[in-house]
Design a protein around this ligand. Structure first.
Ligand code: ADP
Length: 373
């Protein structure tokens, strides 16, 4: 039987100590009494020879006194033995109870010294066991956070290095006279600097969003209006690249309780990506529809698509399907979708990506709960 409450376990432990003590007491009395009694009775017979087994009045008193003496002696031995047994059992039980707590103390010290792999052994089904379990879970989370932090620093360093190397190379070329000081060179330099400052802006936004250091100014927003605004803003870029932009809206208004700027940012990011990864001559379709208690907005493109193995990861920070491809295509550092996911989830919605595979287009969908009528 599994005992799930520490208080019950302690109670049963005390009971066990008492029971074992009583048992020891009884046993020792039982075992020692005949011998002790015989010795005392021998003394009685020695003292009063010929009086038989204490039949007279004086003999009766003596008998009683000797019985008392033998009983006290037996009880003293039994008491001592019981005390020893009680000490031993209590020591064993308290060691069993405190061992997992000691293990956790040692483990937490080791974790605070940076050994994030430290775990404690499972400790049963009571509160201490639950504590050990949640301790291990916490240690796991810490290890994960630490790994993410390391990776983040590595990623940021890598992202900064590439444009910086390019800028430094160009400047050295200019200084040595290897690179002509033409307008084209300066434009290229400017582009790299732009890339750097975009990256820094994105990083700042990412850290704000991940830390939850922003406020959602929520209000009743008609989704149709958001789509129209985004379409108006991006129409020229789509035209310039030669990608068609189609919008399909439902006739009934879909009202959500949202921060219009933030959701506009998500939509702009999805449309920007669709435009970015769709070659000229392609098509991007924005479709808004009502689901079960939610507004559902999808952006479908006929672009380069996303291989299945990357679909789940493109919302991770710095994740890009093909780093060189997205850099050549003028893509970002793989932060946009991470921010989009945070913003959608902060609104109580979901966001996901689908694609039939490379070269077969992609569809990004997000949902937002509809405002109660
Ligand atoms: P980036 O700034 O690099 O576009 P995102 O977080 O917006 O970063 O996107 C992450 C990656 O997901 C992109 O680098 C790209 O590989 C892939 N991706 C996003 N949108 C699309 C799309 N519409 N078609 C194909 N790939 C896409």
């Amino acid at each position: 039987m599994k005992i799930r409450h520490l208080s019950l376990r302690l109670f049963l432990s005390y009971l066990a100590v008492i029971a074992v003590t009583l048992l020891a007491l009884t046993l020792v009395v039982q075992v020692s009494l005949p011998g002790v009694y015989g010795r005392h009775m021998g003394a009685v017979e020695g003292n009063a020879p010929g009086m038989g087994m204490g039949m007279g009045r004086g003999g009766g008193t003596m008998l009683y006194q000797n019985f008392r003496a033998s009983f006290s002696e037996a009880l003293t031995w039994a008491g001592l033995a019981a005390l020893l047994v009680a000490l031993l059992v209590s020591w064993l039980i308290s060691r069993r109870l405190s061992a997992p707590i000691q293990a956790m103390t040692v483990a937490s010290q080791r974790i605070s010294e940076g050994n994030y792999d430290e775990r404690v052994p499972a400790a049963g089904a009571d509160e201490i066991g639950l504590l050990a379990e949640s301790f291990n879970r916490m240690a796991g989370k810490l290890a994960q956070t630490e790994a993410l932090r390391r990776q983040l620093i590595g990623d940021v360093a890598h992202e900064l290095r590439t444009p910086l190397t390019a800028i430094k190379g160009s400047l050295e070329g200019l200084a040595d006279g290897v690179l002509p000081a033409t307008a084209e060179t300066f434009t290229q330099l400017g582009e790299e600097a732009d890339r750097l400052s975009r990256l820094v802006d994105d990083l700042q936004e990412l850290s704000r969003v991940e830390a939850g250091a922003y406020r959602l100014e929520r209000a009743a927003v008609k989704m149709q209006d958001l789509v129209e605004t985004a379409r108006r803003r991006l129409a020229r870029s789509f035209e310039a690249k030669g990608v068609a932009l189609t919008v399909e809206l439902p006739s009934e208004p879909l009202v959500v309780l949202a921060d219009a700027d933030r959701i506009g940012q998500v939509l702009a990011n999805l449309l920007g990506n669709a435009l970015q990864y769709t070659p000229a001559g392609g098509r991007v379709t924005v479709r808004l529809e009502a689901g079960a208690g939610e507004a559902r907005l999808s952006v479908t493109d006929t672009g380069i698509g996303i291989p299945a193995e990357h679909l789940a990861r493109i919302f991770d920070r710095f994740y890009r399907v093909d780093k060189s491809r997205s850099r050549r295509a003028g893509g970002g550092a793989g932060i946009g979708l991470t921010i989009a996911r945070h913003l959608v989830e902060a609104h109580g919605g979901r966001i996901w990506a689908e694609s039939e595979g490379e070269g077969r287009g992609s569809r990004f969908t997000f949902t937002l709960p509809l405002a109660a009528a």
